[in-house]
Write a protein that binds this ligand. Structure first.
Ligand SMILES: NC(=O)C1=CN([C@@H]2O[C@H](COP(=O)(O)OP(=O)(O)OC[C@H]3O[C@@H](n4cnc5c(N)ncnc54)[C@H](OP(=O)(O)O)[C@@H]3O)[C@@H](O)[C@H]2O)C=CC1
Ligand SMILES: CCCCCCCCCCCCCCCC(=O)[C@@H](N)CO
Length: 272
């Protein structure tokens, strides 16, 4: 059964910018209560104002909490507790906090591998770990992981980034198998290049080869990406991708990932 967003509590990490902010807006437009989680407080307040312009009733709330999701599990757990005290149990968690850094393997600092793994991977483990018990008890919930097309295939320049985004998929597949009997559904999103502040930042140091490969697919708008992710999450689809290249990549790299319908499974076989 699709998740009903009106009145639901949606937590979005990385909700102060880019794709995360657009996901928050999309959910708010459909009547959800939102908790935004990110580090910078000014950006959080700015995003809150922007989201509030899309309210559909006067009960809706946007709560902001500043925390680094990649550092300390206890801190993250406290943040989730605070959010639940104010807005009730989390119906949907969207793990969107993350960043990209590119460069040839030998040019990347070793610390970059550690950093991307902790932000993109552990930064998705901690919030998910903090909500899962309640979701299982309530026999409902959605957890979204934002991976990337670079989490479906390894690309020149993305040795650190791709690995951190592949890791998310392993976590998600295993977790979905555990929580399906509890009516909790996991979605992994694989967005293409998307026009966000994070993307602009990433482009400042991108190797030419990476740029050329990336340019074979077009740059999407974050609103468009967000709409697709929210739609798939509500439906409980395990895979969320966008556009014809996104569709092909997902079909080619489906592996043994859960399928939502028999049709989807047959489609994967025929398009492969
Ligand atoms: N844009 C793109 O081309 C694509 C992006 N993605 C993925 O989508 C996600 C969002 O990307 P995008 O919208 O471009 O990024 P932005 O840089 O625009 O936004 C990132 C958000 O995450 C927050 N954030 C970053 N690090 C942390 C942290 N340690 N703890 C808490 N919050 C954090 C930022 O706030 P603050 O800095 O204040 O903490 C901000 O709200 C990322 O996971 C990215 O890898 C996937 C495919 C394509
Ligand atoms: C037959 C199948 C055809 C498919 C063509 C495949 C082409 C691959 C292009 C991948 C682009 C990389 C996107 C990474 C986005 C990202 O995560 C960063 N921008 C993060 O900010």
């Amino acid at each position: 059964k699709p998740l009903a967003l009106p009145g639901a509590h949606v937590v979005v990490t990385g909700g102060s910018s880019g794709i995360g902010k657009c996901i928050a807006i999309e959910c708010y437009k459909q009547g959800a209560f939102i908790t935004l989680v990110a580090r910078n407080e000014d950006k959080l307040l700015q995003a809150k104002k922007e989201i509030e312009m899309h309210s559909i009733n006067d009960k809706q709330v946007v709560l902001c909490i500043s925390v680094d999701v990649s550092q300390d599990y206890n801190q993250v757990e406290n943040v989730i507790k605070q959010a639940q005290e104010k807005l009730g149990p989390v119906d949907m968690l969207v793990n969107c906090a993350g960043m990209a850094m590119s460069g040839k393997f030998e040019d990347l600092e070793v610390s970059t591998f550690e950093r991307l793994m902790s932000i993109n991977y552990l930064g998705s483990v901690y919030p998910s770990r903090a909500v899962i018990t309640t979701m299982k008890e309530r026999r409902m919930g959605r957890i979204v992981f934002v991976s990337s097309q670079a989490g479906q295939l390894g690309l020149f320049g993305f040795t650190a980034y791709s690995a951190s985004k592949f890791a998310i998929r392993g976590l998600a597949e295993a977790l979905q198998m555990e929580v399906k009997p509890y009516n909790v559904y996991i979605t992994v999103a694989y967005p293409p290049d998307t026009d966000t502040p994070g993307f602009a930042e990433e482009n400042r140091t991108k190797p030419l080869e990476t740029r050329l490969i990336s340019e074979t697919t077009s740059v999407c708008k974050p609103e468009q990406v967000a709409k697709q992710i929210v739609k798939d999450a509500i439906q409980g689809n395990f895979n969320s991708s966008l556009g014809s290249d996104g569709y092909m990549l997902s079909a080619l790299t489906c592996g043994m990932a859960p399928v939502t319908s028999i049709t989807e499974g047959l489609q994967q076989v025929s398009s492969a």
